[in-house]
Write a protein that binds this ligand. Structure first.
Ligand SMILES: Cc1cc2nc3c(=O)[nH]c(=O)nc-3n(C[C@H](O)[C@H](O)[C@H](O)COP(=O)(O)OP(=O)(O)OC[C@H]3O[C@@H](n4cnc5c(N)ncnc54)[C@H](O)[C@@H]3O)c2cc1C
Length: 390
């Protein structure tokens, strides 16, 4: 039976995945995260351990070899991994993001061929929507696909793509009918190694440096027509929107996790740091800062879990819940990491403590998967739509 929107309890299977994720992250992510960040190194070894532990398959249906949980797990799983490292989480989840358009709109054969390999973690995926001139303004895409016999010829550039270069499977959005505007976009499955497919330089980023970001360059890439997602052209915009509505609760979960990690660091530090002959946690101003953090994190968690439940039960208002959760959790992560660094004083400004990296990592949450401003546009559109009932 479908769970109620506000039912945030975990099933036994979900709890097992969460506990296991904590264990794997404590053993594999904590020892590696500072070096991955410093060297801007892709977390291949960590992802291999995630694969071994079944964390990729936790996010997939049984028909693809997954655990058959209903998708709610993506959000608490995001929360756990991001508590330890948002860069590792981004590399991990960008693969699922690449898979989602196929899960949503693909044919049985496409799912069997591609989703199964992503679900097992045997292959890594990536999601290619953004372009140099089309970020928030998604319909302004210029990558185009021209049908020639039994192939499509793709030309264009995708910008800021997580896992680009490392991933083996790509979902790429391109125009197939310019006269139709956003309704003339289609989604294609590309494979690394296709002739004409190359990647830009590794972006030297402020944060989430374990996650690799590059441009995708397509020069006359010949894609078999059977790799058009769903085999029907001009459905790509819907696939992209549905993907983002389903993935944003998990990104909100990532914000909650990162904020939780920063909060724990702040509590640990303020308990041990002595000034004026007492631990700084004894100052009421510090306690109030911690109280504000705790309240915001809990509020963000409740929004994230509601959005996750809305997504897993296909609630008609899931886009609103997802936007609210993603916006609030991203802003919370930035505020909490800022205050947590403040409570570390000068030590927080160095790489000797994990809070410095958490602070840098937090900024991306209000940019990728739709900026905070775009989430607010979405929420406002709902307010206006619903205002006729007021
Ligand atoms: C590290 C990283 C990883 C990423 N990974 C991926 C990925 O895997 N796949 C992918 O497809 N994309 C990815 N992106 C792209 C990301 O989703 C875009 O950067 C984001 O959507 C914003 O687009 P933009 O950067 O072009 O900013 P712009 O759209 O140019 O926005 C600039 C500013 O204007 C504001 N703005 C724009 N339009 C409006 C409006 N209508 N109302 C109010 N304010 C507005 C924005 O909020 C922002 O503050 C990634 C980006 C980064 C940095």
């Amino acid at each position: 039976m479908a769970k109620d929107l506000m039912d945030f309890t975990f099933t036994e299977d979900e709890q097992q995945v969460i506990d296991l994720a904590h264990e794997v992250c404590k053993n594999e992510v904590i020892p590696a995260r500072a070096e991955l960040d410093a060297k801007e190194e892709f977390p291949d070894k960590v992802l291999a351990k995630f694969k071994e532990a079944g964390l990729f398959s936790a996010m997939y249906a049984e028909e693809f070899g997954g655990l058959g949980l209903d998708g709610y797990i993506d959000t608490p799983l995001a929360e756990v991994i991001s508590e330890y490292c948002l860069g590792v989480y981004t590399a991990f989840f960008a693969s699922k993001l690449g898979s989602m358009p196929i899960e949503i709109g693909g044919t049985k054969e496409q799912k069997e061929k591609y989703v199964t390999q992503l679900a097992s973690g045997d292959k890594i995926g990536a999601f290619g929507l953004t372009e140099p001139e089309a970020g928030s303004d998604v319909p302004n895409l210029s990558t185009h696909a021209e049908k020639k016999g039994d192939r499509y010829i793709l030309n264009g550039t995708k910008q800021w793509i997580s896992n680009a270069g490392r991933a083996e499977i790509y979902t790429i959005f391109a125009i197939t009918d310019k006269s139709k505007g956003p309704r003339g976009i289609s989604c294609f499955i590309l494979e690394k190694g296709m002739k004409g497919l190359s990647f830009g330089k590794l972006e030297n980023k402020l944060g989430i440096r374990a996650s690799h970001t590059r441009a995708i360059i397509m020069e006359d890439v010949e894609v078999p027509a059977e790799n058009l997602v769903g085999l029907t052209p001009n459905k790509g915009f819907i696939h992209a929107l549905k993907t983002l509505n389903s993935s944003r609760p998990a990104v909100a979960g990532a914000g909650v996790g990162l904020a939780t990690g920063a909060f724990k660091e702040a509590v640990k530090y303020t308990k041990t740091r002595v000034q004026f002959e007492k631990s700084v946690i004894n100052f009421q101003v510090v306690q109030h800062m911690l109280a504000d953090m705790a309240v915001k994190i809990d509020a963000a968690r409740l929004l994230a879990y509601r959005a996750a439940r809305a997504s897993s039960t296909r609630n008609p208002d899931m886009a609103k819940y997802s936007a609210m959760a993603k916006y609030f959790a991203a802003e919370t992560a930035m505020q909490v990491t800022t205050d947590a660094l403040q409570l570390h004083g000068g030590y927080g400004f160095t790489k000797d403590y994990p809070i410095e990296k958490m602070f840098r990592d937090a900024k991306i949450l209000s940019i990728y998967e739709g900026t905070s401003q775009i989430q607010k546009n979405e929420i406002a559109a709902y307010i206006i739509k619903e205002s006729s009932k007021y």
